[in-house]
Design a protein around this ligand. Structure first.
Ligand code: PLP
Length: 456
């Protein structure tokens, strides 16, 4: 849905305080020009679909630089960034230790196609932090990590069926691009042309937070299930935390039947805690999928877990998986610089406080302006749903009024606050989102809610 604002919906002088740059120029002139050119060269003008703003309308910003919690577009406008490259930048943009580490590494060579010490160092940091990971293999994206973990789980168990949850996203792996039919538990239906039905037929899709449905499935087909793959805190239908006991039920069911529990912590590892959601909820997966923060903003993914299972991966075992740029020295250097500064408990306390302050302030502002919303959050992650809650699964999330989200997004953008250009994504905070920045965001949100209340 494309939302255009009536001319009367101008931003206040106060809100404009976020903006730097020439006032006489239309804020998105150069972005609009670049977008037109990009569309002639790149499908939809973007290299990942959500960037095109299709869900919120308008022209995507083309970014020239970032620093801390801020982004600047090519027209010189400054924005507080709540996308943070979709999660990797837990220290903010251009974090000096990461920039320095990458500069130093690049001067020594950008890729060797041979082992290097940085891989060992980053593996050590991951193994020390993430409780269930005894051995880890680096790849170049979360998608690649998820694909490899599914292959390994099938090889380990000698079984084919995979259970996933509606609204969870594990990258664009064919077998996991499955959506639910109607009902709380269904055979996967391909969610993209080009994915063969025979591939998703081996994927069962269950309702998130519905452990009874998974129990039923295991009682019927447990001996054929290779793995249950789950986002321990969902971030891809907006933020949806697990209900109490949900993850533990998955651990118990998989243990009992010999299936593997695979936690997708691509977003949550080193964000909700250094040890990820598995540390927070005391869950013991067999395999864990990683990405984002472990690459410090460079392209990285990883999968790891029990040593006996990981030892089935080539060259120790027969499960093939390889990569020209796997363990890339620049990505390893950025990951090391990112993780080395995360061992301090105060880091997560501050991130939690900033997120909680934002969540509470948003609830309060929306209530006072008479706009019904539900805010789900955990450390460093937050979503505002434009509906009464609670939100425990995809059906709940889809009750959100996406038209109102689009209005909110555009209003906030006008005020210099860059939110995810889709209702069904998580806002990401960093250590650079100070209380002052959070309070400025809340002032902007309050005036946006006020305009939404008057317009609707
Ligand atoms: N898993 C989760 C939970 C994700 O959020 C994502 C991407 O956002 C992926 C996997 C895929 O990672 P990538 O985009 O690096 O392929």
């Amino acid at each position: 849905m494309v939302v255009t604002f009536p001319p009367g919906n101008a931003v206040t002088g106060d809100a404009r305080a976020h903006r730097e740059g020439p006032a006489s120029r239309h804020p998105t002139d150069r972005s609009a020009e670049l977008f037109e050119e990009a569309k002639t060269l790149i499908p939809g003008g973007v290299n990942s679909p959500v960037r095109a703003f299709a869900a919120v309308g308008g022209t995507p910003l083309f970014i020239s630089r970032g620093d801390g919690a801020y982004l600047w577009d090519v027209d010189g406008n400054r924005y507080v960034d709540y996308v943070m490259s979709w999660g990797p930048l837990v220290h903010g943009h251009a974090f000096p230790p990461v920039v320095e580490a990458v500069r130093t590494a690049a001067a020594l060579g950008t890729s060797f196609g041979a082992p290097s010490p940085a891989e060992v160092r980053l593996a050590r940091l991951v193994v020390d932090a993430v409780p269930s990971v005894e051995s880890v293999r680096f790849v170049s994206s979360g998608t690649e990590a998820a694909m490899s973990a599914v292959r390994l789980a099938r090889a380990w168990t000698g079984r084919d069926l995979i259970v996933k949850f509606a609204g969870n996203y594990h990258g664009h792996v064919d077998a996991l691009l499955a959506q639910a039919g109607s009902g709380s538990l269904t055979l996967g239906v391909p969610s993209s042309p080009g994915v063969p039905g025979v591939v998703t037929a081996a994927t069962m899709v269950a309702r998130y937070n519905d452990s009874a449905a998974v129990e039923t499935l295991f009682s019927e087909m447990g001996s054929n299930i290779a793995a249950v793959i789950v986002e321990p805190i969902a971030g891809n239908m907006g933020v949806v935390p697990p209900r109490e006991g949900f993850l533990q039920a998955l651990e118990d069911l998989t243990r009992r039947t010999g299936a593997l529990l695979v936690l997708d912590e691509v977003i949550t590892a080193f964000r909700v805690a250094a040890g990820g959601a598995q540390h927070v909820f005391d869950i013991h997966p067999d395999l864990t999928i990683l990405g984002k923060i472990i690459g410090g903003g460079l392209p990285v993914g990883a999968y790891g877990g029990r040593r006996d299972i990981m030892d089935r991966v080539a060259p120790v075992g027969p499960v093939y998986q390889a990569g020209t740029l796997s363990g890339n020295p620049l990505a390893m250097a950025a990951g090391i610089a990112s993780l080395e500064t995360l061992r301090d408990g105060a880091f997560y306390r501050d991130l939690e406080q900033a997120t909680a302050r934002l969540a509470a302030g948003l609830r309060q502002a929306a209530k006072e302006e008479g706009v019904p919303i539900t805010v789900n959050h955990c450390t460093g992650m937050l979503t505002v749903f434009f509906t009464d809650g609670p939100i425990h699964d995809l059906d709940d999330a889809q009750r959100s009024d996406v038209g109102l989200y689009a209005q909110f997004f555009q209003d906030m953008l006008e005020q210099g606050i860059y939110l995810p250009p889709s209702q069904f994504e998580s806002w990401m905070l960093s250590s650079r989102h100070t209380p002052e920045i959070v309070d400025a965001t809340l002032a902007g949100a309050r005036s946006a809610f006020g305009r939404i209340a008057r317009l609707n």
